[in-house]
Each structure stands twice: as C-alpha cells, then as structure tokens.
Design a protein around this ligand. Structure first.
Ligand code: AMP
Ligand code: GLY
Length: 424
C-alpha cells in the first residue's frame, strides 16, 4: 500500500520512519516533508493546506492511507475532504477536531462529561472578561484564546494585572486574529505536566505509554515557551494505576461525550494533563500526535503502526491486541537554531549526521531541515530531534547526548537537562 503523510516536522519524520517498517508499506510519501523524510520516504512538494492538490496526488499515486500530522489541516477539515472523495485518511473530522481548535468547546465538553479540569469562565466580550477579573479576588489565572494560535494563545498569569493585559492582547489587539474572538479564563493549576496519548476509533481506546515534554526554552524550565525542546517516554510520574485512572476518568468519558454530540472521535486523542495534589486534571486536548512526544513513543513501539492506523479508520480497533513496547525508555533531545524561539537564520550546513545516526539505539529525526546543493542544511527553529533508547532513562539520556555531540552547525544548541524531571 502507498501511504501519504501530511506535515514536515520531527513528528512526521518519526511517522514516516515507523510506517516504512511495516511489511505492507510500499511507497511512503511526505508532503512537504524535510531532508529526513526524503531519506526514509519520498517528499512531495505540496503544502498541508492545499487539500485539492493533496487529493489529486493521492488519487494519482494509489495512496491507500493518508496520515495527517499537524492540527491546522485537521481543524480545516482535511479528513472530511479526503473522505468525500472516497479516500481514507487518519485523523479526526473537522467537527471532532474542535476539541483542540476551540478551547471553549473543549472546556464545555469536559464540564458536561465530568472530566477533572480547571474551573473556568468563557467570554465573547472583552469588557465582560475584564469586569470578571476586576470583580473577583486577585488570584493566579490562565487566559486562553479560544482558537488555534500555534501554541502561543495561552498566558499563565500570576495575578489580575497580568490577566487584564492578556485579555487586552488577545481579545482587543487580536494578537492571534480570530482565535481571540472568544476567551477562556481559568484557575491556574500547580503540578507536573504529562502527555497521555490514546488512539481511538470512537469506541475502542488504546492508551499509549505516558510521555513528558519540555516546553520551556532553557534548562530548569526557564525562558520562553517553545514548541517543545525535548521529550521522554515512559514518564515514571504516571504509574500503571494512575494511567488506568486517567483512562477511566478522562479518556473514556471524553470519547463517549464526543459520540453523544455526534462528533465521533477517530484518531489520536492527546490529553495534556497536570498532575495536581487532587489528582490528574486536563489542561487541554490535542487531536494529533504530540511533537516531540511522538518521536520517543514511536521509537519504543514494536507493534506495526500501519495496522493500528488502518484499524482505527475502519472502526475495528478492538481487533488490535495490546500494543507491544520496547521495555527500554527513550529520550529525545531537540537541537535548535541560535535565536529560537525568536529570530534565527537558516541555511547552515549540518555536519556529523551520519556519525550520529550510526550510533547504536539512536535515530536522528529531522524537523527543520532541507536539502540544498546536495547538503542537509538548517531550515527552521527546531532543527533535529536526536532520539535514543537505553536500559534506563539515564542511559537513554546519555545515548541521546552522545549523538548530539557528533552534530554541528554554527549556532546549534539544545537543553542539557532533558529527562531530568524523571530522574529526581
Ligand atoms: P494549553 O495549550 O491549554 O495546554 O496551554 C499551554 C500551556 O499552558 C500548558 O502546557 C501549561 O503549561 C500551561 N497551562 C494551561 N492551562 C493551565 C492551567 N490551568 N494552570 C496552569 N498552567 C496552565
Ligand atoms: N508537545 C506539545 C504538542 O505537541 O502540542
């Protein structure tokens, strides 16, 4: 079978690498991909938002399955567009993707389904949001733009003044455009964050191993938020008992609520959770694989992913037995361009990739890379996702950083403390 993967980051490289290993996979195309996906698959120069051209390509190239990486095309209805043409695509429909695309929809659903989450109010009018903040106690809150804002639409505030400024920024200055037409203001929670991803066909739920990412730019969780500077899996913070609790009290009621709303959820349901003193609470849902969590997850997954994705689309996930995992943990270190998450330059040739990739139990997933005159060059802020297995998290970390040491380009940097959260 030919497979088309939509997207261009480290997540999509990991998907291409894993799917290529399936004995049933013939050609794996990635649109538009990066230098790494062109190595493990074949790049196609089509943007994820260009549904008609993607559909035409899928038809002309006998693509039996399309796998969508990022949230934007899902929220814009790529799966509905493919299905309308009789093509199979993995991911939620537009209506189901609202779970990530609208924080108001998500919070309302969580409340109705009695899933633990922060207390909140939603507002369509900035005056009302400001009045609400003025009228209540001056406590830490989180202000969120309703819509998709590339991970930037959330402001964690220590008090009222900061929250008022966030409302101004999001809802009046429209820093994220229409995403700020509505707002959520919620209670600020304390604890460690963890990502629990599950694959569901709308009836059966297969929970993946828990993972943790590192969103802050610098060591010890300092500096601005990024798309993720590293991740590891499993996260010892979530033991089997807690994972089971999360399944029962978070994932199952959510999937049922989506079904009741006639928005059956098919695809990856990613719960971003805060482990508070009162137990796990949902911070947000994503409707796709996490990036970079996907990279260590897939490095450990032994089951044929293609079988799982197809069974999901066909509504027969119950036929897939328990997933098989490599018992060894995996750690993924993101190597970034100088200046990221602010301004950075591109086009620097990357050295040492072959040596790094040749190390045992190491895989270099590409994120922001491109081919230029036969050389792999930097083409984004997050450039490489150096991922390694090891007999313990400490050993996986050592293996990943050993590979990092082989790789060079001017201005390359990474956090030095990925997975330390698991070691204390
Ligand atoms: P979200 O996109 O809703 O996950 O928010 C992005 C990040 O903001 C999360 O990963 C948390 O670090 C933080 N965050 C979101 N909601 C809360 C909350 N209620 N309390 C504390 N931190 C939060
Ligand atoms: N790692 C966070 C995300 O994928 O949204």
């Amino acid at each position: 079978m030919n497979i088309l993967i939509v997207g261009s980051g480290g997540r999509e490289h990991a998907l291409a690498w894993k799917i290529t290993q399936s004995p049933r996979a013939d050609h794996v195309f990635v649109a538009p991909g990066n230098a790494g996906t062109d190595y493990d698959g074949e790049n196609v120069d089509i943007q994820p938002a260009d549904f008609p051209t993607l559909i035409k390509f899928a038809k002309e190239n006998q693509v039996g399955l399309t796998v969508v990486g990022p949230e934007a095309p899902l929220a814009a209805g790529i799966v509905d567009a493919f299905e309308a043409e009789g093509l199979r695509a993995f991911g939620p429909s537009r209506a189901a993707a609202e779970l990530e695309a609208s924080k108001v929809f998500c919070k309302d659903l969580l409340r109705h389904a009695d899933v633990p989450s922060a207390d909140y109010h939603s507002f369509a009018n900035p005056n009302e949001a400001q009045k609400y903040l003025d009228d209540r106690e001056d406590v830490p809150v989180v202000v969120k733009a309703d819509g998709l804002a590339a991970g930037k639409g959330v402001v964690v505030c220590s008090g009222r003044d900061e929250a008022l400024r966030a409302v101004e920024h999001i809802a009046r200055q429209k820093a994220f455009g229409e995403a700020g037409n509505r707002l959520v203001i919620e209670e600020r929670l304390d604890g460690q964050e963890v990502s629990v991803l599950a694959i569901t066909d709308g009836r059966t739920i297969i929970t993946l191993q828990p993972a943790q990412d590192h969103k802050a730019a610098f060591d010890d969780g300092k500096g601005p938020n990024t798309g993720g500077m590293g991740a590891y899996c499993p996260a010892p913070l979530v033991d089997d008992e807690m994972l089971h609790w999360i399944e029962e009290h978070v994932l199952v009621p959510t999937v049922h609520a989506m079904k009741r709303l006639r928005r059956p959820f098919r695809g990856v349901l990613y719960a971003g959770l805060m482990i508070t003193k009162q137990g796990p609470k949902v911070l947000e849902y994503n409707v796709r694989f996490g990036d970079p969590e996907c990279q260590p997850l897939l490095m450990r997954l032994k089951t044929d992913l293609l079988d799982v994705l197809e069974a999901t689309i066909d509504g027969r996930l119950e036929e897939i037995g328990p997933l098989e995992w490599d018992a060894r943990p995996a750690v993924c270190v993101v190597m970034a361009s100088q200046g990221y998450p602010g301004h950075y330059t591109k086009g620097h040739p990357i050295r040492g990739l072959v040596d790094a990739d040749a190390l045992p139990d190491v895989k270099i997933f590409h994120a922001g890379t491109a081919m230029q005159n036969g050389e792999v060059v930097t083409a984004g802020g997050r450039v490489l996702n150096v991922t390694a297995l090891g007999d313990s998290i400490a050993k996986a970390k050592l293996n990943a950083y050993r590979a990092v040491k082989c790789i060079r380009w001017p201005g390359a940097w990474c956090r030095k403390d990925i997975s330390n959260k698991a070691l204390v």
